[in-house]
Design a protein around this ligand. Structure first.
Ligand code: VG1
Ligand code: CO
Length: 543
């Protein structure tokens, strides 16, 4: 076996977005495309070079081929050891855990998360640093810069390995340990949550459904919920990871997890329902006839953390991404805990977690997590809820309603306009940015603007600055409108509009969300000129 050095030319489009490099599979299949990006990782990430590299993905189409290529490049670049999930499978939080457990040099995760999979669909790759978390901006910038100057990559001329056979194998001199992707992660969950209490809950007849959406969490959920916690067989549905996610869109929300939502709102609804996304880092949580918004979920998790062994008496603070509703802020204030507001994307929580400034964090986009790993974690959130339900023995609806009575309700919605013309989307955001200076003090309908800006984040740990993170318009009564463009889409632009209003009065806690927010939604549409600029009459997805 020989190391070949292959001449290549830069691609101009390898700038990682919110969560790594995401493109159509067809783009990744172009000669040298994946190779260039992987070589750029090895050319720039030289910490702990003698430690293992963790590699795995969500099982989508092209996962297996990409892994063989990555192994050849890793071996040719002097990597000594790789930890690989059996079948090329690892959920994103499981990779994060293994990096930390083995003090690895980092990880390469192959996923386009909630985007569909298949030959015509999406693929993605991202590098996680030795702390287990997604690379911070300075690292992704370094990798991107390397892709712009690359002229060669190294490849070991070696045969494919069998990805399914557990145990050690070699690619040249590089040792590859193929491990069960589930067991270490399941053990970690057992350390954090009261499994005995949850087992007793299932014994008492509590029923749930977990929809793995044909994506990576199936094997994890089966092992944890059915094998270790005693939930009846069949609790986990769509539990076998498929390359095309069964033609589905593995995005756990009311639109794409409709089957689950219909079941939870139907006549035979169980007590609890949950789903996760392609790579296992997101979660949706439902009670019988009740949907929990992710923003509320984060607030309820914080409010009930004392019921969960792994968190009982060790909360240092919380953080939420900027567009996430301010529900958690109210709980933090009551507990006297600091609450940080970060830009969208899990990488921005990393420094706060590493410095122990925060214990829990979350995003409105169905992402919740803690300092147990450095990624958001879908099953972790589901287990947190199960632990709370087992300790309180109330329904999901009762718990959330009681939470609103105590703290008030933050009505919240997100409107997504997908595959919008990129120029139109940029124009819309630029026009809003230009308006921000004149908005404060203005009346828009019955709302008065308090502040308006394009969010700029100063990281309190390393003083790095991230600007242009989204237009925020705050009103005097605490309501907000946020506009930002997605950094994970692969077709045109996706405009996201986030609308939030605070309602302290319990008599007004049972309104329909879109109705409760109707006036503010109108304000958001007309202020940005969404129809005029994008030609769209209605959002593609309303959450
Ligand atoms: C979206 C979400 C963001 C999340 C990101 C990655 O980004 O809004 O909150 O962190 O996806 O999620 P954007 O830029 O499209 O709004 V995922 O599950 O990659 O892992
Ligand atoms: Co994901």
């Amino acid at each position: 076996m020989t190391v070949e050095t292959i001449a290549t030319q830069p691609f101009q489009d390898q700038k990682p977005g919110t969560s790594g490099l995401r493109k159509k599979v067809k783009v990744f299949q172009r000669p040298h495309y994946l190779e260039n990006f992987v070589q750029a990782i090895f050319d720039t990430q030289r910490d702990r070079e003698d430690s293992p590299l963790v590699v795995g993905g969500d099982g989508r189409y092209y996962n297996r081929q990409a892994i063989q290529t990555i192994l050849r490049i890793a071996a040719a670049n002097g990597c000594t050891r790789v930890l690989l999930g059996q079948g090329g499978i690892f959920s994103t939080p499981a990779v994060s855990h293994l990096i930390r457990k083995h003090e690895a040099r980092g990880g390469i995760i192959l996923s386009a998360s909630h985007n569909p999979g298949g030959p015509e669909e999406d693929f993605g790759i991202k590098f996680n640093t030795p702390n287990g978390g997604p690379a911070p901006e300075k690292v992704t910038e370094a990798i991107y810069t390397a892709t712009l100057h690359i002229s060669r990559y190294h490849l070991l001329d070696s045969p494919d390995i069998d990805l399914d056979k557990l145990g050690a194998t070699f690619v040249g001199d590089m040792r590859v340990d193929i491990v069960d992707p589930v067991s270490d992660y399941a053990d970690l969950m057992e350390q954090l949550f009261d499994f005995d209490q949850i087992r007793a809950l299932f014994k008492s007849g509590f029923r749930m459904r977990f929809d793995a959406m044909h994506a990576v969490t199936g094997p994890y959920a089966r092992e944890i919920l059915e094998n270790r916690l005693g939930a009846p067989a069949g609790t986990v549905v769509n539990g076998i990871p498929l390359e095309d996610f069964g033609h589905g869109h593995p995005d756990p929300n009311l639109v794409y997890a409709k089957e689950l939502a219909d079941y939870l709102f139907g006549p035979d609804a169980p007590d609890f329902g949950a789903a996760s996304d392609g790579d296992g880092d997101r979660n949706m949580v439902l009670g019988r006839h009740f949907f929990v918004t992710p923003s509320d979920s984060l607030a309820v998790i914080l409010a009930n953390a004392k019921l969960v062994p792994g968190y009982r008496s060790r909360l240092t603070g919380v953080a939420r991404s900027m567009p996430t509703s301010q529900a958690v802020d109210r709980v933090a204030a009551k507990f006297g805990l600091p609450c940080y507001e970060t830009p969208t994307g899990w990488k921005f929580f990393g420094n706060l977690l590493d410095a122990d400034r925060i214990t829990l964090c979350g995003e409105e986009s169905f992402g919740t997590g803690s300092d147990h790993v450095r990624e958001k974690d879908g099953l972790w959130a589901v287990l947190f809820w199960l632990n709370v339900l087992a300790a309180r023995r109330q329904s999901v609806a009762e718990i959330v309603r009681e939470h609103w009575r105590l703290y008030g309700r933050n009505y919240y919605t997100r409107h997504d306009y997908e595959a919008v013309d990129s120029k139109a989307a940029d124009g819309l955001v630029n026009a809003l940015r230009a308006k921000t200076t004149e908005l404060p003090g203005q009346r828009l309908g019955s709302y008065t603007v308090d502040y308006a800006d394009d969010f700029r984040y100063l990281d309190p740990i390393d003083d790095s600055v991230s600007d242009k993170q989204g237009i925020r318009i705050g009103f005097k009564d605490g309501s907000r409108i946020v506009y930002r463009l997605s950094g994970t889409g692969t077709e045109g632009a996706t405009l996201r509009v986030y609308i939030e209003a605070y309602e302290p009065d319990p008599a007004r806690h049972d309104l329909d969300t879109q109705q409760a927010l109707a006036e503010l939604i109108g304000v958001a549409n007309s202020l940005a000129g969404i129809r005029e600029r994008t030609g769209r009459d209605a959002p593609t997805v309303i959450t």
